[in-house]
Design a protein around this ligand. Structure first.
Ligand code: SF4
Ligand code: SF4
Length: 276
């Protein structure tokens, strides 16, 4: 998408890597001068010595982040699901849950020309990506067009990031799992009422799969913004060199970006109509 925006001459841009378990952007460290910022998070810590296993904390948790078993008995905090809302602390009448400050990881940021780059990497002992995602959303440059890269999935990290977005473009690779992945991300975009489009990436010359994807898009009324072939064809032969910051015009990527803009404009018209 970054390449598509570059090809369409959009500037300034922010490229933010929200896939914190696989921060590809860090491969460019060295080409982009990235500075690291330590991020800490306050997480609930359970004190077993005070607990009477009443289960009130588990019942108060909307994220399903506390597993309670009255028969064992046990209370298990699932850190990766915790949004640190504080409900469980209020629910515990025995003061058995305290917030404790822990390292969450690092947020990396840098600039190259007018463009801004963001990525995050979790601390090796942290299982909570939520605070890093929150830190990334807080650092998005409001003056630029922000393109945020998410990994697949519907966990708290992805949800927390998507909640801050205006539009979703699902990149699918036409392998065996495209339909399942698409359905998952489609449901998540629907949860946040995000206008949705699709780009097929690394499309192999398998007409059957491509026709299935096209039929799915038509049936679900999802715009198909473009198909990027597996082997680069001339119109996609753009290799944007971050070090040079020199975009090379590419009609294929440019067309994809124009289709995305059309979707954004259409959504803005619908929103304005709903307001009047
Ligand atoms: S609310 Fe407090 S006492 Fe009850 S199970 Fe949770 S931690 Fe234990
Ligand atoms: S802080 Fe909120 S999300 Fe986290 S475990 Fe407690 S109730 Fe659940």
């Amino acid at each position: 998408m970054f390449r598509a925006a570059v090809s369409a001459g959009i500037a300034p841009l922010t490229l933010a890597c929200f896939d914190i378990d696989k921060p590809d952007l860090l491969h460019w460290a060295g080409k982009i001068n990235l500075t690291a910022e330590e991020i800490r998070s306050s997480l609930p810590v359970f004190d077993g010595s005070k607990c009477n296993y009443c289960g009130a904390c588990s019942a108060s948790c909307k994220e399903n982040a506390i597993q309670f078993n009255r028969f064992v008995p046990s209370v298990t905090h699932i850190v990766s699901r915790c949004s640190v809302c504080g409900n469980c602390l209020k629910a515990c009448s025995r003061n058995g849950i305290q917030l404790r400050d822990k390292p969450a990881g690092r947020v990396y940021s840098g600039r190259l020309g007018a463009n801004c780059f963001l990525a995050a990497e979790p601390d090796k002992n942290s299982r909570s990506g939520f605070q890093l995602v929150k830190a990334l959303t807080e650092r998005l440059d409001a003056e630029s067009t922000c393109i945020c890269d998410f990994g697949p999935g519907d966990d708290l990290q992805v949800s927390a990031g998507l909640a801050a977005m205006d539009l979703a473009v699902i990149l699918i690779v036409p392998g065996n799992t495209w339909r399942k992945e698409l359905e998952t991300m489609q449901a998540l975009a629907g949860k946040f009422a995000l206008p949705l489009g699709i780009v097929v990436n690394k499309a192999i010359a398998d007409a059957d799969v491509l026709n299935e994807i096209k039929a799915y898009c038509a049936f679900e009324s999802i715009p198909l913004h473009g198909i990027i072939p597996f082997r680069k064809e001339p119109e996609f032969a753009v290799d944007y060199d971050l070090a040079d910051n020199q975009p090379i015009a590419s009609s294929g990527f440019q067309e994809i970006w124009e289709n995305i803009l059309l979707l954004a404009e259409k959504n803005m018209v619908i929103q304005n109509e709903n307001l009047t």
